[in-house]
Design a protein around this ligand. Structure first.
Ligand code: ZN
Length: 617
């Protein structure tokens, strides 16, 4: 429960893979590597070990000074303590960020993995020393705490302190917290890692040209994007077969984790399974409910689009394995230089200062875009520590989606860079608003591409790509959230769930979204088994829908207000996580607590579908 420092990672199960099937030439991104020396000179840099030691020693000194005394502190003393608390963590956070980036850039060098493990272990030691501070603060009576919170000396730390106290009814004693924390390493964390290890080595038997080949997860999922229908069908069968053969073990992992969560929720007095996630997201449960119900009410839009897609693909009815089939016209490679130009131009049209920040990622080597063996897949932006700058990792292959990914990650980069002055604890936003600048940046680039493109076939493909991304971020995530709700509820009522029961819940959550537009085969029932979010971060998914619909609302505001909107938007980004999303958004007159709010963004999605229908003729 230490304020979490999110490093938004593009692991959206958008379409169910990312950058797979890449050719290793990488369309001109060769040589685009980041320069991590801004953090440390190398894994042998003596300053690295010194940073860890400094954090550990100063954590010890911090505990010696403040342990058992938080209740006695005056407001100015508490402000000093918070500064010290932040100062203690900065060196180890810097080492941690470095270790993660080094590992992401090359996962195969054993020294990188060992360094990552080392900083994680040190991190646990440091956290254990500091644990008392939050617990003592949270334990203060409301009257005492409120008096301190009203003191101007703590104005800068008010949001952080209030955010910690949200957990007041749910924290346990320090010894209990330590036991739970340590046991999680052999419990929940071990189960998560087992899931990752199984998935990364799982063979998926795929029949291609009469021959059965064993593919990995990324490869088999990439077949669902193939232009040829029989290849997609084989990929789907292979995916199902691989999952089915390992379903007993995978289902055991899910059952264990769902039960583990039920136990911890009970010990910590959480009511419904989503409550702890909502607290972390700084969002009211009513707001999540209205997001979900507004999206469900628009499910018919999904069916309407898939009927159009069937027509565009020339098939009578769309099968589950046809959902990601490419729309003809989306082909065509873009060099990395092109991507750079398109993104910087689109950003610069909106706000020159946004392009200025984004340009630094290229010019100052804050970005790693080339394809390299051993490099982590996908893409992400890591905020690191406020005294340095964010870094972006991409695997650039040159397709249109990759251009969007550049726009997406640079959006995170700009957001994090602007918010860095808020310091280690508040530079990053909660999940719900973490995707604001990234999705907004993608929309700017999408609109620019649409304006520049004259070929109606390519325009339609672009538009369909945007619609499919948005659907995957809104409706698919909502369906996944409803599945999780039903799975956690069923486990609590019915005990350990047989795999067939979980498959049934998955189908029940998905069927209403597709209506009769997509034929869901029995295979589809197994396809929840590989989704990592259910394992690693329960109820993560609705934040994607929240983020996307929020951005559509912002975009509509921009269309209405024009240039006057720009400084307000940049202020929103620069505020980082220094206030709750509802407060920050209310400053630009957006009311996310209004149940009707979400429908505005959903209406824009409908406009996109109508435009696609018109273009298709
Ligand atoms: Zn993102």
């Amino acid at each position: 429960m230490t304020p979490s420092r999110t490093t938004p990672v593009r692991t959206v199960p958008l379409a169910e893979t990312d950058g797979a099937g890449a050719n290793m030439e990488g369309a001109g991104a060769a040589g685009v590597r980041w320069d991590l020396s801004h953090l440390f000179e190398g894994p042998e840099d003596p300053r690295l070990e010194q940073a860890l030691t400094r954090s550990l020693e100063s954590a010890g000194a911090f505990a010696a000074e403040y342990r058992g005394r938080v209740a006695e502190l005056t407001a100015p003393e508490l402000a000093d303590a918070l500064d010290a608390y932040e100062g203690v963590q900065e060196p180890s956070a810097r080492a941690g960020a470095y270790a993660q980036l080094l590992f992401a850039g090359d996962t195969t060098t054993p020294r990188h993995g060992a360094l990552l493990q080392r900083v994680q272990e040190r991190g646990t030691e440091i956290r254990n020393l500091l644990l008392f501070f939050e617990l003592e603060w949270v334990a203060l009576g409301d009257e005492h705490a409120n008096a301190l919170l009203d003191d101007p000396a703590l104005a800068r730390r008010r949001h952080l302190l209030v955010a910690m106290r949200r957990y007041r009814p749910h924290v346990l004693s320090e010894p209990e917290e330590r036991v739970l924390g340590e046991m999680a390493n052999t419990g929940r964390h071990a189960m998560s890692r087992l899931f990752d290890e199984i998935m990364s080595s799982l063979p998926f038997p795929v029949e291609i040209d009469g021959e059965t080949r064993e593919l990995g997860e990324e490869e088999v999922l990439s077949l669902l994007y193939a232009p040829q229908r029989d290849v997609r069908r084989s990929g789907a069968r292979g995916l199902t077969e691989g999952l089915r053969q390992n379903a007993r073990t995978l289902a055991f992992i899910f059952n264990t984790l769902v039960h583990d969560k039920a136990i911890e929720d009970r010990l910590r007095h959480y009511g419904e399974p989503m409550q702890v996630r909502n607290l972390a997201n700084e969002i009211e449960p009513e707001s999540v409910d209205s997001l979900i119900s507004a999206s469900v009410a628009r499910y018919p839009l999904v069916a309407r689009y898939y009927r159009l897609k069937a027509k565009l693909l020339g098939v009578d009815s769309l099968a589950d394995y046809d959902r990601y089939a490419p729309i003809p016209g989306a082909e065509g490679a873009r060099s990395f230089d092109d991507a750079r130009r398109i993104v910087l131009d689109a950003y610069g049209d909106f706000a020159p200062e946004m392009a200025d920040v984004a340009r630094r990622f290229f010019d100052e080597r804050w970005i790693d875009a080339e394809l390299r063996p051993g490099k982590r897949g996908g893409a992400f932006c890591a905020s690191t520590v406020p005294s340095v700058h964010p870094y972006v990792l991409l695997n650039y292959t040159g397709n249109l989606r990759d251009v969007m990914t550049v726009a997406h990650e640079l959006g995170h980069g700009v957001h994090q860079h602007l918010a860095a002055p808020h310091g280690l604890f508040e530079q990053d936003t909660p999940l719900t608003t973490a995707e604001t600048a990234s999705v907004f940046g993608e929309m700017l680039v999408f609109r620019r591409l649409m304006r520049e493109e004259t070929d109606p076939r390519v325009r339609l493909a672009l538009l369909c790509g945007k619609i499919e991304d948005a659907f995957a971020t809104v409706f698919r995530q909502v369906a996944m959230t409803r599945f999780e709700q039903s799975m956690h509820a069923a486990r609590r009522e019915e005990g350990e769930l047989p795999i067939e029961r979980m498959n049934e819940l998955w189908m029940a959550a998905n069927r209403p979204m597709f209506g009769d537009s997509v034929e869901l085969t029995e295979d589809y029932g197994w396809w929840w088994l590989y989704i990592p979010h259910f394992v690693h971060s329960p109820f993560y998914c609705y934040a994607y829908a929240y983020g996307e619909l929020l951005v559509l609302a912002l975009l509509r505001r921009y269309d209405e207000e024009g240039a006057g909107f720009v400084p307000r938007y940049l202020e929103l980004l620069a505020a980082g996580g220094s206030e709750t999303p509802a407060v920050l958004l209310s400053r630009i007159d957006l009311d996310v607590t209004d149940p009707g709010f979400w429908d505005g963004g959903l209406a824009l999605l409908e406009d996109l579908v109508i435009e696609a229908e018109t273009l298709a003729g």
